[in-house]
Structure formats: C-alpha cells, structure tokens
Design a protein around this ligand. Structure first.
Ligand SMILES: [Zn+2]
Ligand SMILES: [Zn+2]
Length: 348
C-alpha cells in the first residue's frame, strides 16, 4: 500500500514529506487510516539521535488514532470502519511470561516499538504515526470507546498510559496522597487520572506559577520546590510521587516528601539523574522506581476509563507541515499540553 508521511532523514535534518509503502496485510494484520497523531517528546529525542544511532529515514509518532480500512483473513476483533488506536508498541514475542501477564512492554525478547526498529517477521524498519496509514497486527490494536472524542484522544496512547500504569501499579485509590512533579504533557495527564481515581493530588513545580491550572484539573494544591520552608513542611506527606521531569535532576529534593513506604516513580527522564541519597530511603523505607508505558490490556482499560470519566489531554491541533515548528517549541519545553497532528492536513 502506498502512503505518505513526514520523515527525518538524519539527526540534524528537519521533517520532510516522505512517500513509502506499508506492507501487504498478513492474516492477523489490521490496516488503519490515521486521523490523528500525537507528538511526543520521545519522537523528538529519537529523530535527533539523542538515544543512539537511528535507522533513517524515520517516520515518528506513537499516539495514533484512526479507522480500520482493511483486515487480514484471520482478524477476529476488528471490522472495517471500527475506530481504533495504536500506541508505543506494534509487536512482541507473545510467548514469554511478561507477554502472558499482559506486560508486553517488558517482553523478554524485546517488544517492537512503533517506529525505528526492524519488524519481527520481515526485518523492514517500522514507521510510525506521522503518516496517512499504518498496518499493525490485531493484538496491538486498541478499540476506541464509542463516545470518545477522537480528535482529543491521541496523547492517551503514550502520555496517558505512561502515567496511568504507575498509578495503578502502586494502587492509587480514594484518598491516596499523590504528588506529581511537573505539569507538562505527562504531568497534566497524571493529575487528571489520579484525581479521577479519587486521589488527593499535589502538583510540585519550581514555582507556584501554574497553581490555577493545577487546581482547575482537580489538584488539591501546589508545592513550590524553590520554597525550602514549604518543602520542609510537606515532609512525609505523600504516598506516591510521579516524577515527570524530562531532564537530569535531583530526586533527593523530593524523596523526603514521601511517607513511610512511599515510592517516587520516574517516568520522564530516560538517562542519568543525580545520585540518590540513601538517608531518606533508609529512614522511611522509601523507594525510587521507574515505569515504562503499560501493557495492551492496561492501555485498553485506560481508554475505557478516560471515556467513562470524560478525561482528555489538553490538546493543540496542528497541521502536518507545522511539525518542525512544533518540535522547536517542544525542545524549549514547558508546555502544559500536548500537540496533535490532524492527518487530514496531509494528502497522498
Ligand atoms: Zn511517547
Ligand atoms: Zn514476550
């Protein structure tokens, strides 16, 4: 199938239109016409080569929403016309203990990310959602709930699941005291999801500048990390902290905020952090942990949860040709919302 997308051809190149082929349908494949594609910070890191050498050209995008256009002969879950989604993975071994326990992101044989890696069967490089079409095996296709607003849903597939999974893993429920560091793409989803689970949410940021925004999302309050007195007073006041800071930082500022047995979960920075001090960990059995997206089953649960509770990321819609400008803004950071590409703006 001929399609078109926007690709990076080298680590210093801008995104440019790219015509390429999607594979012929295998028996268990679903062909999707992409309607919306979210822009994730990791798209930018990948095309920039920040995480190592890449197999250019790369069409990024792993927050994909669309409609089923065709199905393979053995597909049972989907029909032409169904509203569907694809997230950060398009395949895994389906045989190991992690795959069997619906944690494909931790597949022992390595899951297949949506773009930039060899396909498990034919070895061609996977290409992502900044394109008109994608072909994915049905096990990695998600169903959009009927009442969901497709134009606003794309960022749930990465920013949403990245924050939902640790909230679920650490058992957040009514009354859990949750701190969220940062109110960007990940942080604002963490706040909305934790609030919907009944948690008491505190947003932690350098200043109180975004307090009104945080409260509008249902947060109880805001804690300024630059205010030493306020930080001291908030000691041992949280059960769980979702740390969305996307750069090297010092977790020692935050671990004392945890109560006994509390956990700080890193979901933003992939790379070095400042050396954690053991004193606050030992003195309160506190933990520093990490978390990576979530499994397919959990992602479906999240989509259903968002539809039920009317939770959407704060989205700004752009056209495909605005992607380079969007990347520049993303690199500067500090956006309290997600960018979504309207794929109708790109034609074959
Ligand atoms: Zn992402
Ligand atoms: Zn596996």
């Amino acid at each position: 199938m001929k399609t078109v997308g926007y690709a990076a051809h080298s680590s210093d190149a801008h995104m440019v239109p790219y015509h390429f082929e999607r594979r012929d349908l295998r028996a268990n494949d679903v062909a999707i016409e992409i309607l919306y594609s979210g822009v994730c910070h990791s798209d930018l890191h990948t095309v920039n080569g920040d995480w190592g050498p890449q197999a250019y050209p790369i069409v990024p995008g792993h927050e994909i929403v669309g409609v089923v256009q065709a199905i393979g002969s053995e597909v049972t879950k989907y029909q032409v016309g169904d509203k569907v989604a694809v997230g950060c993975m398009v395949d895994s071994c389906q045989e190991c203990d992690q795959c069997h326990s619906h944690e494909e992101q931790f597949c022992r044989n390595g899951m297949t990310p949506t773009y930039g890696v060899p396909d498990r069967i034919d070895g061609t490089i996977t290409q992502g959602g900044y394109s008109k079409h994608i072909v994915v095996r049905e096990e990695f296709v998600l169903r959009m709930p009927d009442n969901m607003d497709l134009a606003k849903a794309a960022p749930i597939l990465c920013a949403g699941i990245t924050t939902y999974s640790p909230l679920r893993t650490w058992g957040v429920t009514k009354g859990t005291r949750v701190g969220v560091i940062g109110l960007g793409g990940l942080g604002h989803m963490a706040v909305k999801l934790a609030v919907a689970m009944g948690a008491e949410v505190t947003v932690i940021s350098r200043t109180n500048k975004k307090e009104a925004e945080a409260k509008a999302m249902g947060a109880k309050g805001m804690l300024a990390s630059s205010d030493a007195q306020a930080m001291q007073a908030a000691g041992s006041s949280l059960d769980l902290i979702i740390d969305t800071v996307p750069t090297q930082h010092n977790v020692n500022d935050y671990t004392p905020l945890l109560d006994v047995d509390g956990t700080l979960v890193i979901v933003g920075q992939v790379g070095p952090i400042d050396m954690p001090m053991t004193f606050p960990l030992i003195m309160g059995r506190r933990r520093v942990a990490g978390s990576l997206i979530g499994g397919i089953k959990e992602t479906q649960e999240l989509l259903d949860f968002c539809a039920e509770h009317n939770i959407y990321p704060d989205c700004e819609m752009i056209t495909m040709d605005q992607i380079n400008h969007a990347f520049e803004r993303l690199a500067k950071g500090d956006m309290a919302h997600r960018i979504v590409i309207d794929m109708a703006s790109l034609s074959l």
